[in-house]
Design a protein around this ligand. Structure first.
Ligand SMILES: Cc1ncc(COP(=O)(O)O)c(C=O)c1O
Length: 456
């Protein structure tokens, strides 16, 4: 009998083709990435690392050819080693890093490994607070890392930028071991130079080194595409990211760093210069077991795609689409956090725009085939059971090829649905508007089918 799982995968293919993905942390991978993920590499155990010191001047053909002694705990690694070395080399080139650890299973794993590499229990991390737009892994009390380390949060200004004065004040007060710039709901471009200066000022008054860490999970594709500053070019020692958002690879994590690259077998002194080696040891055996080499192969393929000139156009178009969509929404009466966007992400304050919360809007948009998520706003101060807004973004629809004119149509659909939510007043009442919603759904489906999803 055919496995029911495949029926459900087919149904998901229909959902993805007939709808439009507006969740800013999602994307559609290429056929090549899908192929690498679904390969026999999943059969292989390969705890440890290939031997790769990021030798400059190595060309890909040489990397794919060379067989070197490795730091693995299992035999049969000839092909795996060379694939992982290609992934490391491409990641280093893409992000101007001395070192890349391509093994983290996810963005959360990547962040936890950096904490474990650099901190001792009780040490302080200064990161963006969750209500301001930071991620759960930046110190939410429900996480394991928050039980081990001490997190202090900085905020954002009313205009939606990082509150650098607050950051500096808190850094001087709490004497952190890590200053972390990173976020899941933030629409400005961070001033990395200013943060480095703050670090240097605070470090001059303390006896320990302070690590500058950037969690660029959301904007890594924009950095790779050259339209967003790269924190590693501004004195940051570490950048973590997911590989599946704007970067358009398989679901996974990645840690890039600057510093000495050497064998992970010998425990190095805990210095900023040694951070690449400390990170390798913190990923394996520190916080993970066997790497997912089929995913690492897919990461290598995605990094190869991101190194191509076409990816620069893709990154540019993500931001262009987001800016057009934001402008159109504002024209139609939507209130946006930070008055718009400088990246791929838009936060709508539905409460202030139309008086309803993000949950009803998320549900109603789902009914017409537009997927996004309800999201708390800084004004909710972390206490919102029903968040006051929604978060959306353009990476996925830009992959499908939607452009200027489609952004205008999208904004109009979103306004029609906002009007319905306003009238309905509650999620239960949306059923009374089924006919109107179904008419818009037909229009969404017709447009979506004109822009096929890769791999379907
Ligand atoms: C800034 C940031 N860091 C880390 C993560 C965690 O990534 P993952 O879900 O792969 O663990 C996310 C995910 O949304 C994120 O936005």
């Amino acid at each position: 009998m055919k496995d029911l799982v495949f029926d459900l995968i087919n149904q998901e293919k229909v959902r993805q083709s007939e709808g439009l993905e507006l969740i800013p942390s999602e994307n559609y991978v290429s056929n090549a990435v899908l192929k690498a993920m679904g390969s026999v590499l999943t059969n292989k155990y390969s705890e440890g690392y290939p031997n790769f010191k990021g030798v400059p001047g190595w060309d890909e053909a040489k990397i794919a050819e060379e067989i070197l002694p490795n730091y693995r705990y299992y035999g049969g690694q000839t092909n795996i080693d060379r694939i992982e070395r290609l992934a490391i080399d491409r990641a280093c080139r893409l992000f101007h890093a001395d070192h890349a650890n391509v093994q983290p299973h996810s963005g959360a794993q990547a962040n936890n490994a950096v904490y474990y590499a650099w901190l001792n229990p009780g040490d302080t991390v200064l990161g963006m607070s969750l209500p301001a737009g930071g991620h759960l892994t930046h110190g939410a009390p429900v996480t394991l890392s928050a039980q081990i380390y001490h997190f202090v949060g900085y905020g954002v200004t009313d205009a939606g930028d990082i509150d650098y004065d607050d950051l500096e004040k808190k850094a001087l007060e709490c004497n952190p071991k890590i200053i972390l710039i990173g976020y899941s709901a933030f629409m400005k471009i961070p001033d990395f130079e200013r943060v480095r200066k703050i670090r240097d000022k605070v470090a001059a008054k303390t006896s320990h080194e302070i690590l500058l860490m950037a969690d660029m999970a959301h904007v890594a594709g924009l950095i790779a595409g050259g339209i967003h500053p790269n924190p590693l070019d501004y004195g940051f020692e570490v950048m973590t990211t997911t590989t599946h958002k704007t970067l358009r690879g398989p679901r996974g994590g990645l840690i890039l760093s600057r510093g000495n690259v050497a064998s992970p077998l010998k425990k190095p002194e805990k210095t900023l210069k040694n951070i690449p080696i400390l990170i390798d040891r913190a990923v394996f055996p520190g916080t993970q077991g066997g790497p997912l080499e089929h995913i690492i192969a897919a990461k290598a393929v995605a990094f190869g795609e991101a190194l191509k000139p076409e990816f620069k156009d893709y990154a540019k178009n993500i931001v262009k689409n987001a800016k057009i969509l934001a402008t159109e929404l504002i024209k139609l009466g939507f209130v946006l956090q930070g008055d718009g966007t400088d990246n791929h992400l838009i936060l709508i304050n539905t409460k202030e725009s139309f008086g309803f919360d993000g949950k009803i809007y998320e549900k109603a948009l789902d009914l017409i085939g537009l997927t996004l998520n309800a999201n708390a706003l800084p004004s909710d101060r972390g206490g919102a059971f029903r968040p006051s807004g929604v978060r959306l973004g353009t990476p996925a629809i830009t992959t499908r090829g939607l452009g200027d004119s489609e952004m205008k149509v999208l904004a109009l659909w979103m306004k029609k649905v906002a009007d319905i939510c306003k009238d309905a007043g509650s999620e239960e009442n949306l059923t009374k508007y089924s006919a109107e919603l179904e008419t818009i759904h037909d229009e969404v489906r017709a447009l979506a089918l004109k822009f096929p999803v890769p791999g379907i």
